[in-house]
Design a protein around this ligand. Structure first.
Ligand SMILES: CC(C)(COP(=O)(O)OP(=O)(O)OC[C@H]1O[C@@H](n2cnc3c(N)ncnc32)[C@H](O)[C@@H]1OP(=O)(O)O)[C@@H](O)C(=O)NCCC(=O)NCCS
Length: 296
């Protein structure tokens, strides 16, 4: 099992991320930066920590933007244990102040749920996003740690530690609601970009404005700290794609398209309104690591 599935026995079993040797450079810098501001991060979740996580999960903003934390995931020990083991395991991380033995924030990563074949067919871009970013992530700060510009560091360190401790090289997507300006600020600060936008409904606590307890919002899915988009190619043009990769480019985004057939190309096809022969293909967007990524 690549992700952990059980609580650790006690706080003494938590793993201080500053002691994880193979964490990447960007994660190391984020952890050093947190340390200089008086915070440390740990991998793991003990029963005592779970109690504090439950308290934070009931905090107003967490209930507004991540209601399932307080209603399903961290209601009590039993639900916390079940959550930890779910979907092939979840990797919890804790943010604690150096001087106080308390949880000031938590985050986690794990595998994204695969859409059913019907859903994947109905929303191929979402399907591509999940294939490209098979990891999912979540971030919550207690109000005591808010407004200090550390959320982006929590996000960066969480992803780097996931790769160092559990699933090397996993690509992890981020999600936020369009109305969640702080989360958006944090993800932008982590050099991520929005790659998928979906109008949808979400539960809300603002019952005076939304008496039904749901409101329209926009779900953003972000990639994580990827570079500016530079070059493009078609997925079927593997030679060009490989050439970009050999130059140091990384895959940034995949989008479904149709393109004109090359002469002599023998593939499934259809004729567009102009009478041209086309085929479905995937547009591959490549980019180079940005200076921001390196400066974190
Ligand atoms: C999302 C969350 C982790 C962000 O932490 P935070 O301490 O509130 O945010 P920060 O102070 O680090 O601010 C994040 C960024 O948003 C910007 N920001 C904050 N308030 C803003 C506002 N009203 N308008 C525009 N930008 C804003 C900040 O300037 C900061 O950017 P910077 O670091 O580049 O300066 C925290 O608010 C939280 O736990 N919310 C509840 C749970 C949640 O929504 N989680 C996210 C979904 S997974």
């Amino acid at each position: 099992m690549p992700f952990p599935t059980t609580l650790v026995e006690s706080r003494a079993d938590l793993v201080p991320l500053l002691e994880v040797q193979n964490i990447d450079e960007i994660g190391r810098k984020a952890l050093d930066n947190l340390w200089s501001q008086g915070y440390v991060m740990y991998a793991g979740l003990s029963p005592e920590d779970l109690e504090e996580v439950t308290v934070i999960s009931n905090q107003e903003d967490v209930r507004e933007y991540a209601l399932r934390d307080s209603t399903e995931r961290f209601v009590n020990q039993e639900s916390g244990i079940a959550w930890h083991a779910s979907k092939g395991g979840r990797a919890p991380f804790l943010l604690k102040p150096i001087k106080v033995p308390a949880v000031f924030g938590y985050s986690w990563t794990g595998f994204e749920s695969k859409p059913s074949p019907e859903k994947a067919q109905a929303d191929p871009e979402l399907h591509h996003f999940i294939e490209r970013y098979p990891g999912t992530s979540a971030f919550r700060l207690d109000p005591r740690a808010r407004g200090k510009h550390i959320a982006r560091l929590l996000a960066i360190a969480t992803v780097s530690a996931t790769r160092a401790l559990y699933v090397p090289d996993i690509e992890i997507g981020l999600e936020s609601w369009a109305s969640n300006v702080r989360a958006i600020g944090a993800y932008k600060g982590a050099d991520a970009e929005i790659v998928l936008v979906r109008d949808t409904m979400r539960p809300t606590q603002q019952s005076t404005i939304w008496p039904d307890g749901v409101r329209p919002d926009v779900r953003f899915r972000w990639n994580r700290m990827v570079p500016e988009i530079g070059d493009e190619s078609w997925a079927s043009d593997q030679e060009t794609t490989q050439r970009f990769i050999s130059l140091g480019a990384q895959l940034v985004r995949l989008t479904n398209h149709v393109r004109l057939l090359e002469p002599g190309e023998d593939t499934p096809q259809y004729i567009n309104r102009k009478g041209e022969r086309q085929r479905p293909d995937t547009r591959v967007f490549m980019g180079f690591p940005s200076p921001l990524q390196l400066a974190a």
